[in-house]
Design a protein around this ligand. Structure first.
Ligand code: GLV
Ligand code: MN
Ligand code: MN
Length: 443
């Protein structure tokens, strides 16, 4: 292997057909038959997806380690030692997932390494591509469980003890699928972390812009709300005598929506889970469980939304005559990415001839956890019609290629530069510079 001149390195481009071939092969695992994917974390399908990707990593001659919570890291050596420039994402999906969310970031990372190794190039620093356990969190909350543990934000014991709705633990499932490894968590910090991801929202497509230089990730608050009323006959129970958990649940969902509307700006709120018991047409629901997802790039407003939700819940409990309890499933403050890295993504996209804009991420990402330990940035590419967590998720091949080429060139820059990236406080910068919001237009 040789060190190529920097002008040669600047001309390197990924092979989009190879990237598309891997995306297609991975999408065959957990194929839901409607264009979508279901590889919930630590299921048989997740294991099969992991086996496929680890096989590709080994085929490239990378050294692969699996850590104690199942995060997988593959390293391509550099000319020198030291912490790697890392990329990666996740290959687990929600139950109704698409083929790009997470998968693109992992497979583009492999593509970066294959491009360099095919060209016979070794950079000053090692490169690493990782996939993190349970990014989605829809089976084992919180989301980003693997990367959170990787950076020391959750203890290994706590992570292994997280249960799904059937009471099965992360630890038991890691053992069952053979992905409880030996590498320790927290792991040593990388030199830098850069993640390529689909936007999962409408902004880039609507604005006709190819690349997003991501400024940060909004704060996330997930709460489980449990309502205890009394089940009774739907025909005989007078309306004024009901303690209807179903009606109370509906009122909580409406309150979440109204709170988001009242706060406005970046505030979003979703009730995506609602279970009623006994779930029968002619029985007043005696029990309900729902999950409220609230997000905002501004921590103060997110706290305000949480306070308003708590007040609404108290009012609903009193007026419906039901008991309501809440449990936090996930709570992460907004994250601001490393400003020099955001600048680097933007400058690299322009150098490659792409239109680019700065924008915050509406979705959670492993990068927001890595930002706790090293300079971190993200690259977004368009999501057709802004659809994600949906089988119809789609990004055009030209956009996949553009994003992966920007990732390649950003990683080359980081892995060849002398010295460190300038230190910037991760909370010290502007979140975004005058961009539109992740949901409704923002003034
Ligand atoms: C993860 O994809 C999340 O943003 O919920
Ligand atoms: Mn994702
Ligand atoms: Mn997702």
């Amino acid at each position: 292997m040789s060190n190529a001149a920097s002008s040669d390195l600047g001309d390197l481009r990924i092979d989009v057909d190879r990237l598309l071939g891997r995306l297609e092969a991975l999408a065959q695992i957990g194929d839901t038959g409607d264009g979508g994917n279901c590889r919930l974390a630590l299921t048989d399908e997740d294991r099969d997806g992991r086996d496929l990707v680890v096989g590709w990593m080994r085929d490239l001659g990378l050294s692969v380690t699996v850590d104690v919570v199942g995060n997988v890291v593959a390293v391509y050596p550099g000319a020198g030692d030291g912490p790697p420039v890392m990329t990666g994402s996740h290959i687990d999906t929600v139950r109704t997932g698409g083929r790009y969310d997470g998968n693109l970031g992992v497979l583009a990372g492999l593509e970066v390494i294959e491009t360099l190794s095919t060209a016979g190039v070794r950079l000053r620093r090692p490169l690493a591509v990782a996939f993190f356990t349970d990014e989605e969190g829809s089976r084992f909350p919180p989301d980003m469980l693997g990367s959170l543990t990787f950076v020391g934000g959750m203890s290994v014991e706590e992570a292994l003890d997280v249960t799904d709705s059937d009471g099965i633990t992360v630890g038991a499932e890691l053992d069952r699928i053979g992905y409880r490894g030996a590498a320790p968590c927290p792991a040593p910090a990388p030199f830098a972390f850069v993640e390529l991801h689909i936007e999962q929202g409408p902004v880039l497509e609507q604005d006709g812009v190819t690349i997003g230089a991501v400024t940060g990730v909004q704060g996330i608050s997930w709460q489980e709300v449990t309502i205890e009323g009394q089940s009774n006959h739907a025909g005989t129970t007078p309306m004024h005598m009901r303690r209807d958990a179903g009606h109370a649940a509906a009122r909580v969902a409406v309150a979440a929506r109204e709170i988001a509307a009242d706060i406005g700006g970046y505030q979003v709120a979703t009730v995506g889970v609602m279970d009623l018991h006994p779930d029968l047409v002619n029985v007043v629901a005696g029990r309900a469980r729902l999950c409220v997802d609230m997000r905002n790039i501004h921590e103060q407003e997110l706290q305000q939304a949480e306070r308003l939700m708590a007040t609404s819940i108290e009012r609903i409990a009193a007026s419906e005559g039901v008991g309501i309890s809440t449990r936090s499933m996930a709570r992460f403050e907004p994250v601001i990415f490393d400003i020099p890295l955001v600048d680097l993504v933007e400058a690299t996209a322009r150098r490659l001839g792409h239109s680019v804009k700065r924008l915050p991420s509406g979705a959670g990402h492993d990068a927001q956890m890595l930002a706790r330990v090293c300079p971190t940035g993200m690259i977004f590419v368009q999501s057709h019609k802004g659809l994600s967590h949906n089988p119809a998720e789609y990004t055009a091949p030209a956009d996949l290629a553009a994003g992966a080429d920007v990732l390649l060139q950003v990683m080359i820059d980081l892995a060849t530069r002398e010295g460190d990236i300038p230190e910037v406080s991760p909370t010290g910068g502007e979140f975004a510079r005058g961009e539109r919001g992740v949901g409704a237009a923002h003034d």
